[in-house]
Ligand binder design. Sequence first.
Ligand code: SAM
Length: 232
Amino acid sequence: LYVDHPLGDGQTVPLDRDQAHYLFGVMRQQEGADVALFNGRDGEWLAQVTQAGKRGGELTCVRQTRPLQMPPDLWLLFAPIKKARTDFIVEKAAEMGAAKIIPVQTEYTNSERIRQDRLQAHAVEAAEQCGGTYVPEVTDLQRLDRLLADWPSTRRLMFCDEAEAGAARALGAAPRGPWAILIGPEGGFSVTERAKLHGLPFAHVVSLGPRILRADTAAVAALTVWQQALGD
Ligand code: SAM
């Protein structure tokens, strides 16, 4: 169970109504039951139910069962698409070990606003599903040109360029270290964006195969390509 609360020896953790409903209503846990907790910072902790109620409850941490396992220093930058598919991209990025997920506004991104809190909740849920101890941060929508303007000098960018579909553009013997993956919107990248991205010293242009993939498919394909080439 994910809790947004410090975890430590003897630490008591209050449960809100939803968490109480899930633990005591859905999962039928009672006082004294063992519960595995994580908060994305302190690893996984074994806790026991010390108070069980309809409107809330309390757990008490017993001992740490797993240390925090930080994912590789990988960001996923993606242009938001339709809501359900944007949710999908965030969930898959969380499952596949992205450390940070940055929705980016590109020239052809459809202007629909994203709900950062909702996307963050999807990342938490995905981390819970796959038994992770880390939850990637999902940022608010950021403009791609601004991000690139003050790009961290040590971070390399895997630029998935649909115009390179079919070209022999593998990631190859790329160096380890901080990376980011960039996936464009349904309308792809503009000519200006593409020319700029190709010119960036830290950018590695990559093809994801002969066909042009939907953005959500491309995100999973790119995460897999990166994982195979550089994941530790
Ligand atoms: N107009 C197409 C479309 O609407 O499906 C192209 C955009 S494509 C869906 C969205 C993004 O996926 C692209 O901007 C690119 O980042 C990535 N992508 C899709 N196929 C790719 C490929 N074969 N090679 C590299 N990147 C690809």
